[in-house]
Design a protein around this ligand. Sequence first.
Ligand SMILES: Nc1ncnc2c1ncn2[C@@H]1O[C@H](COP(=O)(O)OP(=O)(O)OP(=O)(O)O)[C@@H](O)[C@H]1O
Length: 268
Amino acid sequence: MDGYVPEPTDLVISVDSATVRRGRAKLLTDVSWHVELDERWVVLGPNGAGKTTLLNLVAARTHPTAGTVHLLGERMGAVDVFELRPRIGLATALLAEQIPADETVANVVVTAAWGVVGRWREEYDTLDEERALALLSQLGVAELAGRLYGTLSEGERKRVQIARALMTDPELLLLDEPAAGLDLGARESLVQRLSALALDPDAPAIVLVTHHVEEIPPGFTHALLIADGGVVASGLMDDTLTGENLSKTFGIPLELTRNGDRYTARAV
Ligand SMILES: Nc1ncnc2c1ncn2[C@@H]1O[C@H](COP(=O)(O)OP(=O)(O)OP(=O)(O)O)[C@@H](O)[C@H]1O
């Protein structure tokens, strides 16, 4: 990092010396991280590194035990999180589990406008319906709008979850391992969609958590590497995503290869 830290109000995410404890366990230790609106970050780290804990922190789902977190200019602890959360789009496996299998795909997306899963008697206006369809189209699954969510393949579900996360027109989009469990074709197709989103100047700031460098979509600008609850390296993609930093992060000697705008890594 170059040492320049903008005012918290200019930042989408400002995590400063944050520590998260659960009982005697320290899940995150003294983590600092700053994200601006036009940045697209990938968060990489091994199992148990603290990625999900960090994502919960910046999704206004968890408070730090020590340190401060500002989200979208608001200080956590001094803001009503229920007003803040609709401004943050979140797609995680845990949230996906709560989506009813017998809901139509269009409803899965449109219900995000009301912060609920499952359509009951809410009235949605036509604009919401149109926006849901436009997002499904952007993710390449418009033809699934009338299908029941429970009948979709895993790859199709992931796209619908991302469309749902975008429904409230968030200023920050958080994606926790969106390519987990996808076959090669579905993964590549999702990476392409995420790349298009990353390159869209109107898209929100994006944070994508993954275990695999192969899943980094072209257009992502920054990387945060974490291990054992702490930051190993953080900053611009080219400076941060190196074999040396990956080796430190994953605890084994790794070689990183860049092929055009994609990456692969293997043990050496
Ligand atoms: N409530 C808790 N009490 C104690 N330890 C916890 C608690 N929740 C999480 N942990 C531990 O904190 C560490 C970080 O967990 P976290 O889920 O953030 O990791 P992660 O990087 O997302 O892992 P993965 O890649 O496996 O999903 C793990 O070792 C986990 O076991």
